[in-house]
Design a protein around this ligand. Sequence first.
Ligand code: NDP
Length: 448
Amino acid sequence: MSYVDEVYDLVVEKNPSQPEFHQAVKEVLESLRVVIEANEEKYRKDALLERLVTPERQILFRVPWVDDKGQVQVNNGFRVQFNSAIGPYKGGLRLHPSVNLGIIKFLGFEQIFKNSLTGLPIGGGKGGSDFDPKGKSDREVMAFCQSFITELHKYIGADTDVPAGDIGTGAREIGFMYGQYKRLTGLYEGVLTGKGLSYGGSLARTEATGYGLLYLTEEMLKCNGRDIKNKIVAVSGAGNVAIYAIQKAQQLGAKPVTCSDSTGWIYDPAGIDVALLKEVKEVKRARLSEYAAARPSAEYHEKKNGEHGVWSIKCDIALPCATQNELDLEDAKMLVANGCFAVAEGANMPTTMDATEYFQKNNVLFCPGKASNAGGVATSALEMSQNSERLSWTFKEVDSKLKDIMVNIFHSIDDASKQYGMLRNYVAGANIAGFLKVAEAMNAQGIV
Ligand code: NDP
């Protein structure tokens, strides 16, 4: 049996009931096959893959907090410190009822390669809790965040592990966590990113993932003889990534016509009104039906299982920006039949493996999230640099660094795909380019 297959089987055996983690490992290892086979003897002797798929440390903890009725609630807390070969652990904290160890491990594993692709010195980690901030009062969210950090602060620090936001963790949650960290440690240091501008946050961090997604998409199209101008774009999600992806797509001359949330989706043939979308989702934290109620050109559709949602709309470019496995094979078939020629992932692993393969077989330009959504973590690393310098850069400076990073990421994955004979296979290109740097650092640092 090949080394890759052996290690994948081991992952399944040792990590039961973690399908998302198995999926992420499979996707990465499959595309690394050619690199692994070329170095199989050394990698096998050093157990490089076994070490790569095993987190350096997993912290699981209880998060007790008191709700507004005086009732004690208990949630599960997680931080997976996956790999620190190239820098301190870096990765977001997800607060969502679906969070479990397998989800955090899949996200942490992906994060290793994504962070490597940014070219910045950051290792891979991820964390979160099954706490749901939706419907909670500010005081309840604060109580949860303070309890969460009271335990987690023992394991994080500006030079060891620097968490950030993710689904459910926005500026409010980061603020509460930062305040509690400072109170417990007495340190005013860049231990969390995504902070508010008044206490060490970076300009352009809010926009970074969505903007970065579009910078990379524009470069991918340009290098394949296409122009983003006047293209119809289908976007899913209506959160941080989706909103700023829609905004930047418009600035680049494209026309985004859809967005979605967990209860329904919008088709707005006149083009999404970003100001209205922000008002509904960022200010009112309301459902998308309110967007349609305020916008005559928009149709609102309730989410129904088995329907294609935003992927049923005719578009040139699809940008899945909501959550994992939200675009499956049937959706992919529909997109291809409707003439979609490019897909770039804003969310983490939103496309199922069979859907990805279908896109690739049908010559759709497909960029995986670990490359195309790396702008968020890259700008988080820029926030760390500013905190270390005790300086703040202008929006323009950060945005222009972000653009350079995204263009460089595209070229490094494009080059890797060419070098290993897999032209335009950006999934393989991203995994290979991300892996090689981490493997070299692990090799140089001995068996640790
Ligand atoms: P948000 O919580 O801001 O937004 C998520 C959006 O997706 C919300 O509109 C949510 O709906 C919607 N959504 C969630 N689940 C579903 C579902 N099952 N079907 C349809 N819509 C759904 O998160 P982000 O925008 O920050 O993150 C989105 C994705 O991008 C995640 O995969 C995240 O890991 C990834 N990512 C985020 C980065 C960042 O910087 N924020 C960086 C890199 C990756 P509702 O409004 O109803 O909650």
